[in-house]
Ligand binder design. Structure first.
Ligand code: BEZ
Ligand code: FE
Length: 294
């Protein structure tokens, strides 16, 4: 077969597949499916995908399916390490210097976390350096947002979320509500870097391409308030060497890096809590929410 004939055969197949979606009644579904086919065919032709490589891809996705259950979502991990989760978030949240930036949700959020009062402790016995976190939630005009629900969750100093222990513990997570001035404050743990689950197909893929599964140290936030857009984000730890080494799911944004100032043992705490001679840290994170319809 000549080069031209080969090219015609490949292009004609793509055109026929595209045409098979032409009758899709829903305009958006048709647009998404036809674009997917266009890019998928272009990828296969670009890398000259072999049949063995195609089969390896099918086996990989099958493996992702087999390890996925109520507690483990390998397809989201795959989306995360490919940067697809962050690209979707980036497209959905246009850059606006006034609004706190969003980042990846991750698989470790749990509904119905314990409610704590302002100044309460989210650790629930999880090991780590105590860390006082405070800030203020406002709208883009600078008005305080009272009664905003602030959900926070994080790994312990060993790099594990409570749900990864396989027992019923609830630790390193809670929610609280901002006061009349939009302010919040709580005790958490100074975040430390930890690896995303890497004992499955995604971990093997990362190893094959010589990539680390480690995430930069972070504390998760989800902030909701009536009439304002829900914010899903993290704060990262200034000076964490993993920031330079790279976050395995591409979640870092410069505006989300905060100082976690370590206070020597014996430094009075903001609420008078006695930490029994331990050092502790403090961080400040002000949050600006977009209007719901922005
Ligand atoms: C997390 O930060 O909890 C997370 C995000 C993406 C993949 C795995 C974990
Ligand atoms: Fe996390």
């Amino acid at each position: 077969m000549t080069h031209d004939a080969q090219q015609l055969a490949e292009e004609s197949l793509t055109r026929r597949v595209l045409a098979s979606f032409a009758g899709t009644p829903d305009d958006r579904l048709r647009e998404v499916m036809q674009s997917l086919v266009t890019h998928l065919h272009a990828f296969i032709r670009d890398v000259r995908l072999t049949e063995a490589e195609w089969q390896a891809g099918i086996d990989f996705l099958t493996g992702c399916g087999h390890i996925t259950d109520d507690r483990r979502q390998e397809f989201i991990l795959l989306s995360d390490v490919l940067g697809a989760s962050m690209q979707t978030i980036t497209v959905a949240n246009p850059v606006d210097g006034r609004i706190t930036e969003s980042t990846v949700f991750g698989p470790f959020f749990v509904e119905d976390s314990p409610r704590i009062p302002l100044g309460g402790d989210i650790a629930g016995g999880a090991p780590g350096q105590p860390c006082w976190v405070q800030g203020r939630v406002t709208d883009v005009a600078g008005n305080p947002v009272p009664g905003a629900r602030v959900e926070v969750w994080e790994a312990d100093e060993d790099g594990f979320y409570d749900v990864q222990y396989g027992d019923e513990r609830v630790a390193g997570r809670a929610h609280l509500f901002t006061d009349d001035d939009g302010r919040y404050r709580f005790w958490g743990l100074t975040p430390t870097p930890y690896p995303i689950p890497h004992d499955g197909p995604v971990g093997r893929m990362l190893a094959a391409v010589n990539r680390s599964p480690v995430r930069a140290a972070h504390l998760h936030f989800m902030v909701t308030a009536p009439g304002l857009r829900t914010l899903v984000t993290h704060i990262f730890v200034e000076g964490d060497p993993q920031l330079a080494a790279g976050d395995s799911v591409f979640g870092v944004k410069d505006s989300l890096i905060s100082a976690f100032d370590v206070q020597p043992a014996g430094t009075p705490t903001p609420d008078g809590r006695d930490l029994g001679g331990r050092d502790w840290a403090r961080a400040e994170f002000d949050i600006v929410l977009a209007p719901a319809d922005a």
